[in-house]
Design a protein around this ligand. Sequence first.
Ligand SMILES: Nc1ncnc2c1ncn2[C@@H]1O[C@H](COP(=O)(O)OP(=O)(O)O)[C@@H](O)[C@H]1O
Ligand SMILES: [Mg+2]
Length: 257
Amino acid sequence: MLELHNLVKAFGGFHAVDGCSFKVEQGQILGLIGPNGAGKTTLFNLVAGAFPATRGAIRFRGEDITRLRTDQRFHRGLVRTFQIPHEFGRLRVLENLMMVPPAQHGERLLANWTRWRRVRAEEERVRERAWDTLRFLELTHVAEERAGNLSGGQKKLLELGRTMMTDARLVLLDEPAAGVNRTLLRKLEEKIQRLNRERGYTFVLIEHDMEMIEKLCDPVVCMAEGKVLIEGTFGTVRSDPRVLEAYLGETVGEPAA
Ligand SMILES: Nc1ncnc2c1ncn2[C@@H]1O[C@H](COP(=O)(O)OP(=O)(O)O)[C@@H](O)[C@H]1O
Ligand SMILES: [Mg+2]
């Protein structure tokens, strides 16, 4: 589904991503771990198209997308969420979902009066889909709440919900567990698992919560200093001395493995 070939991202002379190659197969939930500053978020930015790669190539569903814009990647079913949720705080939860453009189908409708029937029908369809999404996430009780008032965990669920408003094939999740309480964390895990099994979503999951990685992810890729250190099952990666060493060398944050 996704192939990264020798990706490099240089900021000035510093290589935040320094020659990364790995593949994500359809149906996987691939875990991406590594100490703070390893280059994980930068790698997501490259895959999503937030900025161009300095070198290397990205293939998505058989197509070279290295030079495509973010929106072009999005329309091909490549969707990301952010380490810090990007909700529209003053809009209601339902409205937040309704604002997400559909990724793959749906023509662009001009909102002029000759088309109002179709615009209305389209809006109804989107509203129905937003309600479906809220039911799936068990968030119907906060549908009319301003998104800014949600708890950290509910905002993460809403982020996941935004991907469900599109026809996502591959979803990049950047630290979905950060700032989420235990109860909502279990719920978030269950939803990710169900989206994977029942709706065919492929995921790449950046996470420091090793319980979540162990529960959801196979394979696991560990990055350090912009490079892929090792790829394998959670057990293999966890017991690799290079991984422990990478975390011990970390200057910010807690050793997580
Ligand atoms: N826009 C940028 N300009 C300069 N340096 C950056 C930029 N974005 C990230 N970096 C640096 O790249 C390295 C990797 O960062 P990041 O990808 O956020 O790591 P991770 O997500 O693994 O914690 C860090 O040293 C960070 O300071
Ligand atoms: Mg990060």
